[in-house]
Design a protein around this ligand. Sequence first.
Ligand SMILES: [Zn+2]
Ligand SMILES: [Zn+2]
Length: 274
Amino acid sequence: MKLKIAGSGGMSPIPNPFCQCPICEEARIKRGRYERLGPSLYIEDIKMLIDTPEDIAVACDRQGISQIEYLSVSHKDPDHTRGIRIVEPLGYDCISDKGTPVPFIALPEVIDDINAWNGDGLHYYEDILHCISIRGTDYVKIGTIEIHLINNKTHRGNMTFYVISDGDKKVIYACCDVKPFVPNPLYFDADILIIGLVSDNSILKDGSNLADAPFKDDMFTLDEIMELKHTYRIKRIIVTHIDEYWGKSYAYYRELEKKLDNISFAYDGMEIIL
Ligand SMILES: [Zn+2]
Ligand SMILES: [Zn+2]
């Protein structure tokens, strides 16, 4: 199985054009892995893209992702859906007025959420432009790849965690709205858990503490992540959805992960092969 982190950032890109913090300034100079675009994952084996942040077209171009045969969206939030227009050039040729719909695979609850938020946006692409074909499901098998779509339903709403397996290899992609982490037996003995919204030391970019932030209850600490790793006997953790407001650079995380037990931090273009 071969996966690629197309974007490892969070709500805002790094650099954020309106920010002069050291991390954004450093990214402007160094570029490459110091930059982060919105959160998304590409499953190379089946050419499936999970999530469409607003900069997804740029992310695909940077990472050499030139084919998308399946598309999925984890939940309705703008940082995961506002790039949905990527389906237009994928599934519809505006010159010939013809196209081949791209299968859009998501939990039925998530499809309803997206339509409610975007004014029937998905129906526009399915019924008028005919560039997607919507399939609401919690399980799909494509070739040898099996995907369980699990609703991590909490007070924040519907959020899809993906359990992606190929034979005895298993990866969980839980990129956003991770806490509370609703138990599920399918998570046991995964090779890798790719998880978002993790704080390493609770210090935000302006020096303030996570404990005083409005989103304090949404974040996992590294200790809590170690607990999850232990409980579910997961071999390796990769942290993604690394938000600009943490104020931590690519180089910082590379140093930090040396001290941790099989926890690493994603970067745009990171390849995961197992
Ligand atoms: Zn900044
Ligand atoms: Zn998010």
